[in-house]
Design a protein around this ligand. Sequence first.
Ligand code: ADP
Ligand code: MG
Length: 260
Amino acid sequence: MKDKLIIADGMNKSYRIGRGKLHHAVRDVSFEIYRGETLALVGESGCGKSTLAKLIMRLIEADSGEIYFDGNKISALSEKDFRPYRRRMQMVFQDPASSLNPRMKIKDIIAEPVRTWHLYESKGEVEERVKELLDMVELKESALERFPNQFSGGQKQRIAIARAIALSPELLVCDESVSALDVSVQAQILNLLKRLKKELGLSCLFISHDLSVVNFIADRVCVMRDGGICEEGNTADIYAAPKHEYTKYLLSSIPQIPQY
Ligand code: ADP
Ligand code: MG
């Protein structure tokens, strides 16, 4: 039996939408992420994927439900006690242009988390780590002195990934991380994520509305609809024989499955 890195149990989150009305964005969601696996959350826009990701990362607080990280109940921890866990889970967002500070050099963007957490004693060690990270995301050392707007969308996403893995997290949460990229660039970033997952033993929560992307990258899939999970299973099984009507509908609406 493989280790469970994340257990989410009965998560609920509502948003107040004026006049005392509530919108139930995540309803009674439970799932697990095993160590070393990529679990995808797939579903149409607005079904609650990003809300669920933020709940897991404790960027927002749940109305109810428990989250366990590596066997520890993190949902009830104070901000101070939760802090060591922040380092162990990192996020890559959809739009690298807005997630990277345009006024910072690449070397400083990637070094920032390393400096914040005081991981190394000397400046030289930080520099070495930054170079190592650049190499891991297949960027040249000449990138160090440049600024984000000197890079393409795909390259910017590589920089965001380098920053996300700088602290050697165990969980990487990718929220629509390739959705803003051209299909050919998507494939390169997906291959990079696959390689890093393998080399670093990362677990990944991969969020996408795009079923072909999910088919390429995920070991298991949770299909979300209206804030809940309607079907869950191994990617190959679900794509070969979807059980739920909604999954069938989603799969039938893929215009054409690109071969990455
Ligand atoms: P997804 O990522 O699947 O597109 P989200 O989790 O962003 O979906 O949103 C789920 C639902 O919750 C949507 O109906 C959205 O409008 C609503 N929602 C998300 N964030 C907020 C918020 N801060 N305040 C009010 N409603 C929100
Ligand atoms: Mg979203």
